[in-house]
Design a protein around this ligand. Sequence first.
Ligand SMILES: CC(C)(COP(=O)(O)OP(=O)(O)OC[C@H]1O[C@@H](n2cnc3c(N)ncnc32)[C@H](O)[C@@H]1OP(=O)(O)O)[C@@H](O)C(=O)NCCC(=O)NCCS
Length: 152
Amino acid sequence: MVDTEIQPAPCRAAEGPRVIIREGTTAHHRAAEAVQLAAFDHIHWPFTDDLFLWVEVDGEMGAYLVWRQTAYPDEFEILSLATHPKHQRKGLARKLVQTFCDGREGDIFIEVRESNWGSRAFYKSLGFVETGRRHAYYENNREGAIVMKLRI
Ligand SMILES: CC(C)(COP(=O)(O)OP(=O)(O)OC[C@H]1O[C@@H](n2cnc3c(N)ncnc32)[C@H](O)[C@@H]1OP(=O)(O)O)[C@@H](O)C(=O)NCCC(=O)NCCS
């Protein structure tokens, strides 16, 4: 399948690398899992038939965002989001979430580990608010999850 170029856009106009947001296909699973492994140190989301966007930066995958629609017509969930460590703090994840929001209306939910302060700060910077907590949500260490929501 041919890539769909959604929105060629400079990420930080004058200074940053040129980034292109693309739709993910099975051809991109291996690259996405490599980004995930680098960002999380483990695979928590094996790619199968998921819907995802990714950022091409300097000719390679810099970040991805996996999502699903949880209720029709207006409820969505981000299932996994990661930026390769060498590309973090360049605005790539922000660009992915903003691109995902473009043209949609409704609520976007995300669950984040309680200890993942960087990620919680990231989502807060985009306007997500913490709406709940799931006790002992993660099987590996019984850590709780913070539920965050953005109304778009
Ligand atoms: C969370 C994550 C996806 C952010 O990706 P990123 O591309 O570096 O984020 P951005 O550059 O778009 O950041 C946008 C803003 O979010 C906030 N932010 C991002 N990372 C942050 C951190 N570690 N600590 C505090 N604030 C942070 C900042 O306000 C930042 O703007 P600034 O750089 O101008 O200050 C990335 O750190 C990551 O992959 N982490 C490991 C995997 C993970 O935890 N994923 C999320 C759970 S599903």
